[in-house]
Ligand binder design. Sequence first.
Ligand code: NDP
Length: 243
Amino acid sequence: MLKGKVALVTGGSRGIGAAVAEKLASLGAEVAVIYSGNEEKAEAVCERCRTLGVRAAAYRCDVADFEAVKGTVAKVKEEFGTIHILVNNAGITRDGLVLSMKEEDFDGVLDVNLKGAFNMIRHCSGIFLRNRFGRIINISSVSGMIGNPGQVNYSASKAGLIGMTKSVAKELAPRGITCNAVAPGFIRTDMTGELSAADNKLLSAIPLGRMGQAEEVAEAVAFLAASAYITGEVIRVDGGIAM
Ligand code: NDP
């Protein structure tokens, strides 16, 4: 389904990003995996993609760094020839109550989660425009749709991503480029590692009664990567928690 396509996945070394990289690879896409520090895990994801018969390579890059992203996108283009699919998945949390949140924790989360996506879109969109083809998928969160106490910074970044998604979708639609968001609920990864599966309060708030799997988010991303007529949409993958 994605044979001949090149996908760039940020935060592809672990969790949802790793599942996305492998899902896209299983559909035939070549994959550039962007990570911030975890080289071993990024290489392991690439190795698993290669066993699926596609080309894959890992690139260390802080998505919050405008110039670093510029250089990395240029390197991926040089090595893979082009880029067709961009998945902005890299994200962090630095939770705290608004009353006591440190300025650096607000800025840090906005820089990675929101500006990181901008940096990538900014540097990939020229390639998409020249190709008259592009699929941009931003990983938002239900926290950005319904809010979450203790996550003022994170919710703001994820709500910002939804606004960015819709503006980019409108701006690039005339050139056949789509931009959509996926908003996961509670997905079992390192990020939610501290949340206990036995946390009854959490589970009882999820209509489907369980946390989601990274692979279930990856399926929505793959669907959007293959779709030509959906743009500016936000797909929740949340077991119904935000309905
Ligand atoms: P993880 O914490 O498991 O993984 C985070 C990934 O992002 C890692 O690959 C990490 O790289 C990378 N990363 C972090 N900072 C940077 C940076 N500055 N530059 C480049 N890469 C970076 O997260 P999840 O898989 O749980 O989450 C993935 C996305 O999904 C995030 O945007 C998150 O906000 C969102 N999400 C997650 C939910 C969940 O329940 N898990 C719910 C809703 C949304 P490295 O391995 O090198 O550290």
